[in-house]
Design a binder for this molecule. Structure first.
Ligand code: SAM
Length: 262
């Protein structure tokens, strides 16, 4: 058995029930598939059996990439690279269905990068089926007025509809992680709040959520220079905490920020 590398977040999924569940979430036959971090290829093999049209995988570990080449020969296209350095918009002309039991240490970085790089018109994926550490998943799917609500929640829900498929126990993986996992399903929203550049939403949420327990007076004034007109227009009370502002208010604030900057 291959020795798992902790630095690459390697926890291989071996629970056949979960793997079988993952491949029934979305149709695979004749679709274009991308798998992030296929590892030893447990899920890869099951996806392949369902006869996708095109099947691309991205694996950073050289040793695993070689194993995958031997195992799957030319039936899949293997990119031996780092997903964080790959320009996802240029991976395929047709939209991709994306699977990934993501390495825990970079899972939020991957998701944030994908959201921030979404092209205004065409999105490179039709859905994402991704495994996260449960507490990260709980943050992604949380709602305002809760402690889990934060930057990642506001960012992820801007362009994506998100639902939890299931929680997964550590015993489903080898080596066994210390934490539980959750499988999430993401689909692009048909109607979303138009922003000139999502990086502005990242900036607004970064400043607002810098001090979660403090009132939003300071971040608001830092970004909007005591703009009281805007406060009454958006109905914002500066005595609230960052988690008390709903999604829409953050998107409105970003739009106003973009308009003020021209
Ligand atoms: N999908 C496999 C499974 O479920 O058994 C492995 C999942 S394991 C949690 C994460 C995988 O992502 C590993 O194979 C690891 O080598 C790979 N990986 C880690 N960092 C990566 C990166 N930056 N880019 C691409 N793959 C990466």
């Amino acid at each position: 058995m291959i020795k798992a590398k902790k630095s690459l977040g390697q926890n291989f999924l071996h629970d056949q029930n979960i793997i079988n569940k993952i491949i029934t979430i979305k149709e695979i036959e004749k679709k274009n598939i991308l798998e992030i971090g296929p590892g030893t290829g447990n899920l890869t093999a099951k996806i392949l059996k369902k006869k996708p049209k095109k099947f691309l995988v991205i694996e950073k570990d050289n040793e695993l990439a070689n194993i995958l080449r031997k195992k799957f020969n030319n039936k899949i296209q293997i990119i031996n690279g780092d997903i964080l350095k790959i320009e996802e918009n240029s991976l395929s002309d047709e939209t991709l269905t994306v699977y990934g039991n993501l390495p825990y240490n970079i899972s939020t970085e991957i998701l944030s990068k994908w959201i921030l790089n979404i092209n205004s018109k065409k999105i490179w994926f039709n859905c994402l089926i991704l495994m996260f550490q449960k507490e990260v998943a709980d943050r992604i799917i949380s709602n305002f007025n809760t402690n889990n609500y934060g930057r990642l929640t506001v960012l992820a829900n801007w362009r994506l509809n998100i639902k939890k498929i299931c929680d997964i126990k550590p015993t489903s993986f080898y080596p066994k992680p210390k934490v539980e996992s959750s499988l999430l399903f993401f689909e692009p929203k048909e109607n979303f709040f138009y922003l000139k550049n999502p990086k502005n939403l990242e900036k607004i949420t970064r400043v607002f959520f810098m001090h979660r327990r403090k009132m939003i007076k300071k971040p608001f004034n830092e970004l909007f220079n005591n703009n009281f007109e805007l406060l009454s227009k958006l109905g914002i009370n500066l005595n609230l905490r960052p988690q008390n502002l709903d999604f829409e208010t953050y998107y409105q604030l970003t739009k106003e920020y973009e308009n003020l900057r021209g």
